[in-house]
Write a protein that binds this ligand. Structure first.
Ligand SMILES: Cc1cc2nc3c(=O)[nH]c(=O)nc-3n(C[C@H](O)[C@H](O)[C@H](O)COP(=O)(O)O)c2cc1C
Length: 166
């Protein structure tokens, strides 16, 4: 298979999977940051571990380099304005936290108050995957809403232009 075909098929398969999109936040040295992520999944059961992929170009990545914790938020399907704020704007240009309802959580990590579910986690390791860095997380706190609520997935935001070029 030609390289272009391979890439197109892979992109189509990943799009068909329609994965959840999550909102991650960090703080370090008094700076807050956060962005929308699709590259995020649990990677171990015992111990519980979760991996988030952050683009090296993102403001969030730069703050996360010095952070001890990260918070991962599940969005409800109707929370498109939060998705647009965190996925379509960059902390290089605006303070996203002026435009949403949040409070400091464990270790000062910003927790968005309006989401159905979230967890905070300690950053255990970082892996250079190429244009993204994998942040390995050990969960430590959080809150979960009842199961079955509709959550935000890729197709709902597929037309959203990322605030920072990848
Ligand atoms: C559907 C979608 C998925 C995204 N997934 C990721 C991701 O997994 N990792 C990442 O670093 N950025 C991802 N982005 C891009 C960032 O959310 C976006 O560039 C954001 O504006 C970066 O903000 P920042 O510069 O304040 O960190 C995604 C954007 C969209 C619209």
């Amino acid at each position: 298979m030609a390289t272009e075909d391979r890439t197109a098929v892979f992109d189509a398969v990943v799009a068909a999977a329609d994965y959840p999109v999550l909102l991650v936040t960090v703080q370090a040295d008094g700076r807050r940051a956060g962005c929308l992520v699709g590259f995020a999944t649990q990677v171990s059961v015992e111990p519980r571990r979760f991996l988030v992929g952050l683009s090296k170009r993102n403001h969030t990545y730069r703050v996360a380099q010095r952070a001890e914790r990260l918070a991962v938020h599940v969005l409800a399907s109707e929370q498109l304005s939060l998705a647009r704020l965190f996925g379509g704007e960059t902390g290089d240009d605006i303070d996203k936290f002026v435009h949403c309802d949040w409070a400091p959580g464990p270790g000062g990590v910003p927790v968005i108050n309006t989401v159905p579910s979230w967890f905070s986690a300690r950053i255990r390791d970082r892996y250079d995957f190429g244009d993204h860095v994998g942040i390995l997380l050990e969960p430590e706190d959080g809150a979960a809403s009842r199961r079955g609520a509709e959550t935000l997935h890729y197709h709902a935001v597929a037309d959203l232009a990322a605030g920072h070029a990848v």
